[in-house]
Write a protein that binds this ligand. Structure first.
Ligand SMILES: *Cc1c(COP(=O)(O)O)cnc(C)c1O
Length: 415
């Protein structure tokens, strides 16, 4: 018998261990659209609560934007529901090519190829362009999907300490005689909200003849003066060889990803990237929605400007209230609590105050660095932010952490 009682017991034990370690993940059911105001059933089976969402990647507030919905409806009517094929057989519509053109223009690159997700883009890209004689040198804090892509690729692999340019240079020297070198980083690191020093990285890559890869999933649409991404912020547009990004965050939030960059590298992906060759691409209805998102972003910087103002207000408000924050200048604002149980209890109390913000702790972040990661949106109005700040202050008082230093919080609650 395949799934016999012994095997079942074994998996039950593994699940109990996960629960025992306090790292069991539970879903919270949302009964509304994704927005600043949501209706949540948590725990499952309890009554619906109206809460303010402070932890979505809905940076530009476009997930439920009426114009995007309208465009998606029209796309559904004109291009149907599904393609029932991968791209190169009979799964490519005119709108897929149009979206690739629009993304290329927006990011300031040479060409773009769509993937079902950014996870798939990262899983497929390295294997498609690198071989055994090449080396991938990645920041130690890159996203899990990049780590998977690295695992799937036969090229050699090395890492450098997070955002440490001296260490990166050492590694570039160490691998100087390798055939192709590629330096790999996130643009914005999602746990801390810090940005990669892309200007310095471009200089180093030029000096050592290395390609530069940036995953800008937490940046595309809102980082930089016109929201093109981290490369715009650092003044190095046109100098990043490969950018991967997602349409599942700021850019409408549905799904999909892409590889954008040097024409030959993108063409290599079309020829060889397995998630592109063997999996359906973004559904027509979603492509239609994303095209509208591109229209909205190309027409005006209003949303990214509002997001920036909101994030500045929020960061300053928390800071003045006496919270320990992770420093940065992105809409990701981590409130540091250090202790995992404190982060969980804090999140539960916030929820009772009508604020939805999940606690993050090991293994999502290192031990002793537990936090509530807040994420600001252009969909937040001042009344949302004021209510959320009041709730944070109320709960912060309850645990007596306002105005306390990192050490004082750790002394009281432990790591
Ligand atoms: C969210 C995220 C992804 C995955 O994006 P999907 O399109 O949802 O697969 C990849 N890389 C980074 C850095 C991300 O933050």
């Amino acid at each position: 018998m395949a799934f016999n009682e012994k095997i079942r017991k074994d998996y039950q034990n593994q699940l109990s261990e996960i629960k025992g370690a306090g790292i069991f993940k539970e879903e919270r059911l949302i009964h509304s659209t994704q927005a600043a105001d949501i209706e949540v059933e948590f725990p499952t089976g309890s009554s619906l609560e109206k809460v303010i969402n402070m932890c979505a990647n809905n940076y530009l507030g476009l997930s439920s934007h009426p114009d995007v919905l309208k465009a998606a409806h029209e796309g559904l009517d004109h291009r149907g529901y599904g393609m029932s094929s991968v791209r190169f057989i009979c799964g490519t519509q005119d709108i897929h090519k149009e979206l690739e053109r629009r993304v290329t223009e927006f990011l300031g690159t040479e060409d773009t190829i769509l993937f079902p997700s950014c996870m798939d883009a990262n899983a497929g890209v390295f294997e498609a362009i690198l071989g055994e004689e090449d080396v991938m040198i990645s920041d130690r804090l890159v996203h899990a999907s990049i780590i998977d892509g690295i695992r799937l690729c036969s090229a050699q692999h090395d890492t450098f300490k997070h955002s440490n340019m001296e260490h990166l240079e050492n590694k570039l020297q160490l691998h100087e005689n390798k055939r192709n070198k590629i330096v790999i980083t996130d643009g914005v690191f999602s746990m801390d909200g810090d940005t990669a020093k892309l200007d310095e990285m471009v200089t180093l890559c030029d000096k050592y003849n290395a390609m530069l890869f940036v995953d800008d999933s937490h940046a595309s649409g809102f980082i930089g003066p016109t929201g093109r991404g981290t490369h715009e912020k650092y003044g190095v547009m046109g100098k990043i060889d490969i950018i991967t990004t997602t349409f599942g965050k700021a850019l409408g939030g549905a799904s999909g990803g892409c590889v954008s960059g040097r024409a030959e590298l993108v063409e290599m992906c079309r020829q060889k990237a397995r998630p592109y060759l063997f999996s359906n691409t973004i559904a027509p209805v979603v492509v239609s929605g994303i095209l509208k998102v591109m229209d909205i972003l190309s027409g005006s910087t209003e949303r990214r400007d509002k997001l920036e103002a909101n994030a500045d207000w929020w960061r300053q408000g928390l800071s003045e209230a006496g919270f320990v924050l992770q420093p940065g200048d992105t809409p990701i604002v981590p409130v540091m609590l250090f202790n995992a149980k404190l982060a969980q209890d804090f999140s539960t109390d916030l929820y009772k105050e009508g604020i939805y913000a999940t606690g993050f702790f090991f293994p999502v972040v290192p031990k002793g660095k537990a936090r509530i990661r807040t994420q600001i949106s252009a969909g937040h109005e001042m009344h949302h932010l004021e209510k959320a700040l009041d709730a944070f202050i109320k709960v912060g008082r309850k645990y007596d952490i306002l105005g306390k230093t990192k050490q004082e919080i750790i002394d009281r609650y432990g790591m």
